[in-house]
Design a binder for this molecule. Structure first.
Ligand SMILES: Cc1ncc(COP(=O)(O)O)c(C=O)c1O
Length: 445
């Protein structure tokens, strides 16, 4: 089959004349051999500008939980567009969506809407500082909370900038950031409850909130060790810090109640993005009523011209109803299909002597590619991944997979969605067999 990309290549060259770097989100430049241009998608399949057909596990970076080209969503949006796309005022639709969210998410008494999770994270930080009167935010190394000055602290640092194991450095991967922002964050290694306790002790009385991805999906795919979430909850209750669960990826993917229902905890604030809108720009801050007081009173400002525009709300309502209709079957089916894919990939890796170790709960997982001589066993935090993962080797395998019609995320993550079937997984594994054989033959370190 081996796809080629001459049309995407030509479009990328044309785009680069008028779009800075040829892409509109920096990470898209990572795609090899060229950032792809797509013409359409249906279910879990995509067609690019060269008419190559691909089974999609990138899922719009997690937003496309329901698949591509959903007719129900398209109809809802079309009908709403004819009635109006934006009034900068209230509509009944926003109550419909808010009522569904408050019924689905354990930590949601109230919500506020924005258009991206990056904005919601910044709202949550402001609200936490306004509510507690304290200046600092504690976050975990390798957790991604959007691309703003505040959201990206402690993400993607190279080893020489890490700081010690006891005191991870507060660093930012971008230039141009307000330097003082870094002083307002405490960075903590993931999956070490004792280390977390020590860091909280060090800054006790100054911390407004602890933010985390309940299952870390932006650095490998790492579930919390036993006792970690409980420790976060305990420390937040003890010191009056707000517990902020960033469920931008886990929300809805882990079931209608998100990872908080799946893992059994109730945060004070929840960030919802991506699958809340199924591919349209929509995101929400959800939380316990008492923590919204400063937004209600207007002392903490929350605003946005396009917030709660009815076009996005019509799509979100369709997404939430689709999940509710799935009932108890979700996320069980996704977990089962994902585990089947993980097992199949591991078998192919063993057959072709490729050190690939898929890890995660199935409905999302990361294909860890072990470096030569790296130890076995699951990756447990950001530093561990950086030490053991062979990123260039994964990039080569990822390209072989893409050229055989299987699209995973550039950094190694795979998303299962409601449109994937047993047959899609079997097709993907049949294509992966060719890709793995090619990689084993062609790859040179
Ligand atoms: C956990 C998490 N939080 C926040 C964000 C930011 O979302 P957005 O890109 O919609 O602003 C992302 C995006 O990948 C994310 O994965």
């Amino acid at each position: 089959m081996s796809h080629t990309y001459s049309n995407s290549q030509k479009l990328f060259e044309r785009a680069s004349q008028v779009i800075a770097g040829g892409v509109n989100s920096g990470i898209r430049k990572m795609e090899e051999p060229v950032p792809l241009f797509f013409s359409h998608g249906k279910g879990c399949r995509l067609w690019d500008a060269d008419n190559n057909e691909t089974i999609d596990f990138q899922a719009g970076q997690g937003a496309m939980l329901y698949g591509h080209g959903c007719e129900g969503m398209a109809t809802a949006m079309y009908e709403q567009a004819l009635r109006g796309t934006h009034f900068a005022a209230q509509t009944q639709l926003e109550i419909d969506v808010a009522e569904r969210l408050c019924a689905m998410i354990p930590g949601a008494d109230l919500v506020r809407f924005n258009n991206s999770a990056t904005e919601v994270v910044n709202s949550a930080f402001r609200l936490a500082r306004g509510h507690t009167g304290k200046p600092l935010i504690l976050k975990f190394e390798g957790h991604y909370h959007g691309w703003s000055d505040e959201g990206l602290v402690g993400f993607g640092a190279s080893p020489e900038k890490w700081g010690t194991d006891e005191k991870p450095a507060s660093v930012h991967p971008s230039q141009g950031v307000i330097p003082e922002v870094l002083e307002k964050f405490i960075v903590v290694r993931w999956n070490d409850p004792e280390h977390l306790r020590q860091r909280v002790e060090e800054f006790r009385g100054q911390i407004a909130a602890i933010i985390f991805e309940p299952v870390l999906c932006n650095t490998s795919c790492i579930e919390p060790v036993e006792g970690l979430i409980e420790t976060i909850r305990e420390l937040c209750d003890r010191d009056g810090m707000l517990m902020i669960a960033d469920e931008t990826i886990t929300g809805f993917r882990f079931g209608p109640g998100g990872a908080q229902k799946h893992l059994g905890f109730i945060p004070d604030l929840t960030i919802l993005g991506k699958a809340i809108g199924g591919g349209i720009p929509f995101a929400a801050l959800a939380g316990r009523k008492e923590f919204f007081e400063k937004i209600i009173s207007g002392q903490v400002i929350h605003a946005g011209t396009l917030n709660s525009n009815p076009l996005c709300l019509s799509a979100s309502k369709w997404c939430l109803d689709t999940l509710l209709e799935k009932g108890d079957s979700h996320p069980g089916t996704l977990i089962r299909l994902g585990q089947k894919l993980m097992t199949g990939l591991r078998e192919l890796a063993d057959k072709h002597e490729i050190p690939l170790r898929p890890q995660g709960p199935g409905l999302v997982f990361h294909a860890v590619m072990l470096k030569d001589g790296a130890s076995e066993g699951p990756v447990h935090d950001y530093r561990d991944l950086t030490k053991r993962n062979d990123a260039p080797r994964w990039a080569h395998l990822r390209r072989c997979l893409l050229e055989e019609g299987v699209r995973a995320i550039e950094r190694g993550l795979w998303f299962l969605g409601l449109a994937h079937t047993e047959k899609d997984i079997e097709d993907a594994l049949a294509r992966a067999e060719i890709a793995f054989a090619r990689h084993a033959k062609e790859y040179q370190a």
